[in-house]
Ligand binder design. Structure first.
Ligand SMILES: [Zn+2]
Length: 302
């Protein structure tokens, strides 16, 4: 009987020692309430928990972060680091969006080649770049009645634009026109030099090089800014997703994320993606980070 009691005491104290080595206990000792420590220990990978413990990270946003719509576990530490350095008091959803888009990094020094195998879903921005040799396989010229100066784009883009402009004409009586579509790396060097600061991407960082981007105005409002407030400009913003396009840089997003508003710049991503981006009101960068990148990483293709 006495031996059994000694054994029980030994097992209990042994369990205590083991518990001290658990992530739950170590996270609890950082200052988190026990129920939060339990949630964090169950959610984080061992590597992430080790890092949290090593950096003595105790942050009030740790638990609320886990409930964010676009939370990506691999970005956990970057969200916390962003929050610590943030002087703007950004809400959690903005912190998550900024980090997911890679805006917490210096884009030039952390730049990565664009994964062109993604086709119409390839991401090109200041961080994901195309090299000077990239050119779409097959470019189609727009009918000259619908573009200025003979523009070219990928076949799917030309077809979708033609369907969209027809619907716009029927509903607003205005004729949409393509101002600019495919631009080579070399063309973009010139565009960048000619454009006001913030309104053109550096060569290699422009979606126009993919052949999936078009700048649109109308015959009635050929200049970009009156087009923005014209009936057809508003129609295009509201309906372009029905044809597989997204407005890449919206006014609302520019106010939140600080990039230039471009009411004329459409990006073709296909019907399904365009609808989701429209319905969820997110940027393509956020869409790519949340819906595409984790899957390409797990397949080892990136
Ligand atoms: Zn553009």
């Amino acid at each position: 009987m006495a031996a059994l009691l000694v054994l029980l005491v030994l097992v209990k104290s042994c369990q205590g020692i083991v518990y001290n080595y658990s992530n739950e206990c170590k996270i609890y000792k950082l200052g988190y309430p026990i129920d939060e420590a339990r949630i964090l220990a169950a959610t984080l990978t061992d590597e992430q928990a080790d890092s949290l413990i090593a950096h003595q990270e105790h942050d009030t946003i740790a638990i609320p972060l886990l409930g964010e719509r676009y939370f990506i576990i691999d970005n956990f530490h970057r969200y916390i680091a962003y929050h610590k350095n943030d002087t703007t008091d950004a809400p959690l959803d903005v912190i998550v969006a900024m980090v997911n888009m890679g805006r917490d990094r210096d884009w030039e020094s952390s730049a990565v080649p664009c994964d062109t195998s993604m086709g119409q879903l390839m991401l090109v921005n200041g961080r994901h770049y195309l090299d000077e040799h990239y050119k779409p396989d097959s470019l189609v010229t727009f009918n000259k009645n619908y573009c200025y100066e003979g523009q070219k784009a990928q076949r799917a883009v030309v077809d979708a634009f033609m369907t969209m402009q027809k619907a716009c004409k029927e509903q607003t009586d205005a004729q949409l026109m393509v101002n600019s579509a495919y631009r080579s790396y070399k063309d973009q060097i010139g565009t960048y030099k000619r454009s006001p600061k913030g309104y053109a991407a550096r060569a290699g960082s422009s979606e126009h090089q993919t052949g999936f981007a078009i700048d649109v105005t109308s015959r009635q409002h050929p200049m970009r800014w009156p087009f923005d407030t014209s009936e057809e400009g508003i129609w295009m913003r509201e309906h372009c997703h029905e044809y597989g396009f997204i407005l890449r840089y919206t006014q609302k997003q520019s106010q939140i994320f600080g990039f230039a508003y471009e009411p004329w710049h459409l990006r073709y991503v296909g019907l399904e993606t365009a609808k989701r981006i429209h319905d969820e009101d997110i940027t393509f960068d956020e869409y790519y980070a949340y819906y595409i990148e984790p899957h390409t990483k797990s397949k080892g293709t990136k």
